[in-house]
Each structure stands twice: as structure tokens, then as C-alpha cells.
Design a protein around this ligand. Structure first.
Ligand code: UD1
Ligand code: UDP
Length: 384
């Protein structure tokens, strides 16, 4: 009997981190052929994930350009997928999240009448320009997809409210599955700075910032806030692995580059990142993925954005929406540094986003939908 062909299409770092454990899980199923197609929207940051998870791509569109626009990413992906689908017609395409690769990959599959499964479905801010263009990408993919894998119950409810067509499964977020591969007590960093840092006697803040809607004034204000916090606290060190986007790199180096306790480093591989999270004092970020990972490790997160599509950690008390105002961000960070009670309240390990079994649920849901098993997976969180 021929196997069910499931093609995972992804192209950026966060998609790769969250799809890698799923690609591996699917490959373990006898009835499934797990095919991996990269768009190459990212290059170094994508290759690093492939290496850590020991994955090889079956196809690679290699589309990245130095100053790429949303239009170039989208059109190059759609055109590139024409050729891939000529060579290999999958029974199901999987896309992840909300990037331009996600949207273009889903649209390309739709043009070929190939069913689409959307991993990390149903996250919403209801502001089409924030995050930009991610909110629109994931909303449009919601309309295209046939199978929706929502991390949380609230995400699934968003889809139900929108009257989305197709089957919805509540699976947990595969980011938490990925952490099973990466976090180790005895981990040694290959980045020399991280091995030399004294995580016991210094308070290390992990910082990242890259979102397109923060480009310009908001990003400058965020960087200044980080500078203010470090200047006000002698025992604080900042580790900021700077995204390879030239816009982000210029802003970070201009404002933060000269401070001896602010360490601007190149992006680190995901294993180092997760182990940095496990050892740091707290996290300041506009990243989506870090908002999910840090709470699972008991680290307070200040979200440097105007909104979040991930309210679960805010409700659980481990994340706070800090916005993009310099003074507000600096005050919130200082509170966590100056008040042991405020810190203790936020520094608790909670896993609102998953239990590490999301990939198994998604694989089972696919098998169920295509008649390879009679059992629909139980929802994440269903046991209470
Ligand atoms: C993209 C996603 C965003 C996601 C982020 C994760 C879209 C529209 N945006 O951000 O949702 O949160 O990735 O990181 O899909 N670059 C390299 N090497 C790399 C990666 C990037 O040099 O490995 C540089 C290139 O100059 C590239 C630039 O970074 O042009 C920006 O990359 P891009 O994928 O366009 O980033 P964002 O859209 O900011
Ligand atoms: N990450 C990483 N190295 C870094 C910075 C982040 O491996 O130098 C990981 C992080 O742990 C998370 C993911 O990248 O899993 C988040 O990606 P990013 O912030 O680029 O995108 P977003 O999640 O905001 O879409």
C-alpha cells in the first residue's frame, strides 16, 4: 500500500524550530512519507535549526535576498512551489504559523487543490496591521486550511467564532515539544561569551527584538529602554542575539553597541537559545516563540509589543505586555529587578502552551483524518 505523502513547507527560524519535531514524528509513522520542503526565506538561521535537529530537506527553493520584501518572498515561493508540486504531489501540505512562507505555501497548495493543514492555527490580535503582516497571513491561511491544529482552547475558539470550515484539533504548541530535544542541565555553550558569563552572580536578561511593525521609532524606544535598565542596575548583563535583518542590526548596534554590559551577538542556535533561557533572570522580547518558551522554564517575560496573540502566559502571570514606550518598559523591567516579591510572582514555571506531546497529537489527527487510525486524538488540556 502506498504511503500518505505529507509535505511540510517552512522557511524561517521559528517555523523550523516548531516544525522540526513534527517532521521527525511523522517520519516515525509507517503509513506516512514525511517530506520536507524549505522555501529558504531565511538561510543561516534556518540551516542552523536543520542542523540541530539533524534534518535534511527534500526540496529547497532558496529564495532569500538581502533586502527582501513581502512581495518577493510571496511571489518567489508561489512560483517555486509550482515546480515542486510537478515533481512531487503530496496528499497533504502542512504549513506553520504566520510568516510569508506560511501564507504563500498554503496558497500554492490551494492553487493545486492539495489539502492544507495549519499548525499553530487560530492565534489572533484582530488588528490586521499588528503584528504585520503576520495577523493577515494567519487569518488568510485559516480560510485556506482544511485541518487546523490549534495550540490552545482559546485559539480553537477564535476559529469557531470566525466560522472557519474544516476540522479543528487542540494540540498544544510544538515549541514545547522542541524543548525536549534542547534543554540540558549540563549543557555547554559553543558561543564563548555564554560560557564565560556568570549566571549565578550576575542577573542576565535575554533580549530579542525584530518585528516589522516595530521598525523605526518603536524599535529605537525599545533599545533605549534596555539601555536605561542596564544603566540603572550594576549587576545586570544583557545578552541580545541580534536578528540578521539589516534594519534590526543597524538599530541595535547604534543604540546598544557601545555598552560593556550589553552583549550584542549573532543569532545563536536554538539549543543555545533554550539553554540561555533556562539560565537567565528574565526575558525582554517582541518574539512570538520566546513568549511560549520562557514561561515553560519559569522565566518572567516582558513583551515589548502593543498587543499579543498569546494571552495565556499573561493570564497565568508569567508574562506582561510592556508595550513599546521607553519609560513604561524600563519601569516594568526595573520592578522585576528591584522587587523580589514582584519577581517571585512572575517566575513560576507554567506550560499554558503545551505538554510536549503536540506533535504526537497532530500526527494522530492526520492519521485519523486519512483513515489510518480510528481514534481521534484527545485535546490538549482536556484532562484539566
Ligand atoms: C520573518 C517573518 C516573521 C518572523 C521572523 C522570525 C515574515 C513576513 N516575517 O521576519 O514573522 O517572526 O521572520 O525571525 O514572514 N536574514 C539573513 N539570514 C537569515 C535570515 C534573515 O541574512 O538567515 C536577513 C536578510 O537580509 C533578510 C532579512 O534578514 O532579507 C529579513 O528577513 P525576513 O524573513 O524578511 O524577516 P522578517 O520579515 O523581519
Ligand atoms: N531563537 C534562536 N536563536 C536566537 C533567537 C531566537 O534559536 O538567536 C529561537 C527562539 O528560542 C524561538 C524562535 O527562535 O524558538 C523565535 O524566533 P523569532 O523570534 O525569530 O520569531 P517569532 O517567534 O517572533 O516569529
Amino acid at each position: 500500500m502506498s504511503k500518505l505523502k505529507v509535505m511540510s513547507i517552512f522557511g524561517t527560524r521559528p517555523e523550523a524550530i516548531k516544525m522540526a519535531p513534527l517532521v521527525k514524528e511523522l517520519a516515525r509513522h509507517d503509513g506516512i512519507e514525511s517530506i520536507c520542503c524549505l522555501t529558504g526565506q531565511h538561510r543561516e538561521m534556518l540551516d542552523s535549526v536543520m542542523q540541530i535537529f539533524d534534518l535534511q530537506a527534500n526540496f529547497d527553493l532558496n529564495i532569500m535576498e538581502k533586502q527582501q520584501t513581502l512581495s518577493t518572498i510571496t511571489t518567489k515561493t508561489i512560483l517555486g512551489m509550482e515546480h515542486v508540486f510537478e515533481v512531487c504531489r503530496p496528499d497533504l501540505v502542512l504549513v506553520h504559523g504566520d510568516t510569508s512562507t506560511t501564507f504563500a505555501g498554503a496558497l500554492a497548495a490551494f492553487y493545486h487543490k492539495i489539502p492544507v493543514g495549519h499548525v499553530e492555527a487560530g492565534l489572533r490580535t484582530w488588528d490586521k496591521y499588528s503584528p504585520f503582516p503576520e495577523e493577515m497571513n494567519r487569518t488568510l491561511v485559516g480560510d485556506i486550511a482544511d485541518l487546523h491544529f490549534s495550540p490552545t482552547k482559546a485559539n480553537a475558539q477564535n476559529l469557531v467564532r470566525e466560522g472557519i470550515v474544516g476540522e479543528i484539533f487542540i494540540t498544544g504548541n510544538t515549541a514545547i515539544d522542541a524543548m525536549k530535544y534542547t534543554v540540558r542541565d549540563d549543557f555547554r555553550f559553543s558561543e564563548p561569551l555564554l560560557n564565560e558569563l556568570d549566571f549565578t552572580h550576575r542577573r542576565v536578561i535575554a533580549v530579542t527584538c525584530h518585528r516589522r511593525e516595530n521598525y523605526g521609532q518603536p524599535m529605537q524606544d525599545i533599545m533605549h529602554a534596555v539601555l536605561d535598565v542596564v544603566n540603572a542596575h550594576d549587576d545586570v548583563e544583557v545578552v541580545y542575539p541580534v536578528h540578521l535583518s539589516p534594519v534590526v542590526r543597524q538599530c541595535a548596534s547604534e543604540i546598544l553597541g557601545a555598552h560593556d554590559r550589553i552583549h550584542l551577538i549573532d543569532p545563536i542556535d536554538v539549543q543555545q537559545m533554550h539553554n540561555l533561557l533556562a539560565r537567565c533572570y528574565m526575558v525582554m522580547t517582541d518574539s512570538g516563540g520566546l513568549q511560549e518558551e520562557a514561561p515553560a522554564l519559569g522565566k518572567p517575560v516582558l513583551v515589548m509589543r502593543r498587543e499579543t496573540e498569546r494571552p495565556e502566559a499573561v493570564v497565568a502571570g508569567t508574562a506582561r505586555l510592556a508595550g513599546v514606550d521607553r519609560q513604561v518598559i524600563a519601569e516594568m523591567a526595573s520592578e522585576l529587578l528591584d522587587s523580589p516579591a514582584a519577581y517571585a510572582k512572575m517566575a513560576k514555571a507554567v506550560n499554558p502552551y503545551g505538554d510536549g506531546n503536540a506533535c504526537a497529537r497532530i500526527a494522530q489527527a492526520i492519521c485519523w483524518r486519512f483513515g489510518l487510525t480510528d481514534t481521534r486524538p484527545a485535546d490538549f488540556g482536556a484532562q484539566g
